[in-house]
Design a binder for this molecule. Structure first.
Ligand code: SF4
Length: 369
């Protein structure tokens, strides 16, 4: 192994298997100090893997630490009220992840006696956990020999093996999974050596995609698999993976009631599904008549003032929202339990979607939060 380590930084030996080069590189050049590393606790590993989906490491770290401080194990998460979990996730986006996380915790408690399932195949049956995430949890927690294929790994494989075609297509996915299975580290006789090799290899693939084989300009000069990389050999790093044909996102509009009374603001808990599902937000209305919409909520109002619309880009559409600001003379009688008056000083902990929180923070009363 030392001869391998000594070659890191120079062209790696092409006769060494792909996995061995990734493992050697990870052990000397990979990441080892992320908050969710150096644990074998599947709960912590699972939490980090879900949070890291489509989200940067730097964004995830404070959420991960707050989440663990509040819910240190799967039982405490399973027992938590929905609203508290959503409030803690607010701002991290892709809220289906939080709903599935909570469902999954409850299922582990009710179906698995509070213990994480023992292998990748069983983990993949849980809500919100796909094949690659299940494999990553099993590899890090148990050292299982299971292949991952997340977004970063797809990019590395597309370039290294010269795989063309839409990465989201079934055909390309199948090709990628064949490579993912075929390139797993060779079986080792000793169990602990096998488990540690799997941990280093899984982390190494992730690190390679996150730190060297990046979306923009890959750092091929320091790459441990450059001697066999098709994209580097053919100078096609910028053509692979094949760019996806992006559809034009549909445009949607909405209107929001921004009602204040006596240092409080009216918030609405949104239905569990749909955009910002389960979070609290400003009540939506059709834009016809803000004063009438306010009265329908049980709050007397005389005038409403439209604010500058803001744009928020979701995965599948672009939403333009116009807030209507209303100063209510009295709190009225709220008939719907989804509505509640929240003191402005408590908005920071209310679990608002990021754009609504930003709107309120940067409002004329910029001292709200
Ligand atoms: S040589 Fe360059 S393009 Fe190929 S896998 Fe390494 S970083 Fe990516």
């Amino acid at each position: 192994m030392s001869s391998v380590l000594s070659r890191v930084g120079r062209p790696a030996a092409p006769d060494l298997p792909f996995a061995e080069r990734v493992i050697a590189w990870q052990r000397t050049h990979g990441r080892h100090a992320l908050p969710w590393q150096n644990t074998r606790d599947p709960y912590r590993i699972w939490l980090s893997e879900i949070m890291l989906q489509q989200t940067q490491v730097a964004t995830v770290i404070p959420y991960y630490e707050r989440f663990l401080a509040r819910y240190p194990d799967v039982a405490s998460l399973a027992a938590a009220p929905d609203a508290d979990v959503m409030a803690l996730w607010a701002g991290l986006g892709y809220y289906t992840r939080a709903r599935n996380l909570h469902r999954c915790a409850r299922e582990i408690v009710t179906q698995w006696g509070g213990q994480f399932p023992p292998d990748a195949a069983s983990i993949a049956t849980l809500p919100g956990i796909g094949r690659s995430t299940a494999a990553a949890i099993a590899a890090f927690a148990y050292g299982e020999r299971a292949a991952i294929l997340d977004g970063n790994v797809r990019r590395v494989f597309a370039r290294h093996f010269g795989i063309e075609g839409d990465p989201a297509s079934t055909r390309v996915q199948q090709v990628m999974w064949r490579h993912a299975d075929a390139e797993l580290p060779a079986l080792r006789a000793e169990t602990e050596a096998q488990a540690n090799a799997m941990r280093a290899y899984t982390q190494g693939l992730m690190d390679l995609g996150a730190t060297l084989c990046t979306r923009g300009v890959p750092d091929c000069g320091r790459c441990p698999v450059r001697s066999t990389c098709v994209a580097l050999r053919e100078a096609r790093q910028h053509e692979l993976p094949t760019p996806r044909v992006r559809k034009v996102s549909p445009e949607r509009t909405t209107h929001l009631l921004w009602i204040e009374h006596d240092g409080r603001i009216l918030l609405e808990r949104r239905p569990p599904t749909g955009i910002w599902g389960g979070l609290v937000s400003l009540p939506e209305f059709d834009g016809e008549d803000a004063v009438a919409a306010c009265r329908r909520l049980g709050i007397p109002a005389d005038a409403a003032h439209p604010q500058t619309p803001f744009l928020h880009v979701f995965t599948h559409f672009r939403l333009t929202a116009t807030p209507w600001r209303i100063a209510a003379a009295e709190p009225g009688t709220l008939s719907d339990p989804a509505h509640t008056w929240v003191p402005l000083a408590e908005l920071a902990d209310a679990g608002l979607p990021a754009p609504i929180r930003k709107l309120l923070v940067t409002s004329a009363q910029g001292t709200l939060l």
